[in-house]
Write a protein that binds this ligand. Sequence first.
Ligand code: IPE
Ligand code: IPE
Ligand code: MG
Ligand code: MG
Length: 365
Amino acid sequence: MQENPRLAPCSLVAFRVKNITEMLKANRSDDLAQQQAVVTELFPAELLGDDLAGIETAIADQAEAFDPAVAPYISYICNTKGKRIRPVLTFLSGGATGGNTEAHTKLATTLELIHMATLVHDDIIDEAEIRRQAPTANAKWGASLSVLLGDSLFAQALLLSTEFNDASIGRSIAQSTKDVCTGEIIQTQRRFDFQLSREDYFEIIRLKTAALFASAMELGARLNNQSEAIQEQLRDYGMKIGTAYQIYDDCLDLTGDEATVGKTLRTDLNKGKLTLPILNLIDQASSAQRAKLNKLLIQKEAIDISALGSIADYEGSIESAVQTAKNLVNEARECLECLEDNDHTDALGQITLYLDGLLDSCCEG
Ligand code: IPE
Ligand code: IPE
Ligand code: MG
Ligand code: MG
């Protein structure tokens, strides 16, 4: 494998990350608000201020590329603001491997548009009412129009993806878009399927969520002409934190507060999605308990989550899912050892701690 002579292995990253971990641990016994403040500080908003402002403008401008009959709908969707995780990863990968360029802003915008398209479609499938603290496209205009709006966003993203000098970037973006759709299709096929294995679950979330995280990381480095080895390590980091993030989201669906999270929750079980905490619950349930859970699911009526508490160890199932995700986050941290030492590399380490903090919050209260 070809090595990039510019990049030496960096133990400093591990050292700094360890320091921040210690800082978090030191705060662990203090009050929750303080700990959350530390976790929030770990999100590299300041470091990426200009880059993120750039994609806000680029996303807001997207409506101009559409027919006047379509533009107001696109404008509505583009004016909702998410956490911009995929752009953040793109810019951190770019910054850690030589610096961000206009091409990174284009890549970040393209990936965020693909993400937004998948959310529009996902909210139709899940019949979700609220997304990013606002009514979903589906709630406002119904499924027919929303399917087409999601398609339009995908198409606009694919148009942008043809604008890179390196044609392999567009190809990779198209592949990860296909992966997201494949993940959503398999998930839909396997609803209410008690035969779903852990392996199946991990394959679904690799496709529907981690693929886009991985592309952000890999392509951010490819735009800086990094070696295959570096691209591969960063792709792996993206896969691991993307998988951990979906596990977090799956726990949040059971434990989160809708008003705080800003989206419709508790849809997974009602839609028959067997997520990791539920697979854990099924695993340790007796056959009588399993039959009870099966009956709850098959009824296809709204499930009261508190009913799960009476079936085996519900809290333990969440904790075990959180632990699985935290193990992945730890592994992701190791992927950063190939990078040069700079602020962006540091921030990639901080993202893992940020995710650790989010995961911890699923087990509180
Ligand atoms: C939501 O993604 C869908 C999942 C992959 C869990 P985000 O949590 O990144 O959503 P926004 O972009 O912040 O709204
Ligand atoms: C992620 O799954 C959806 C996509 C990758 C499109 P979820 O269905 O859990 O996402 P949320 O919870 O609706 O954001
Ligand atoms: Mg959903
Ligand atoms: Mg979810």
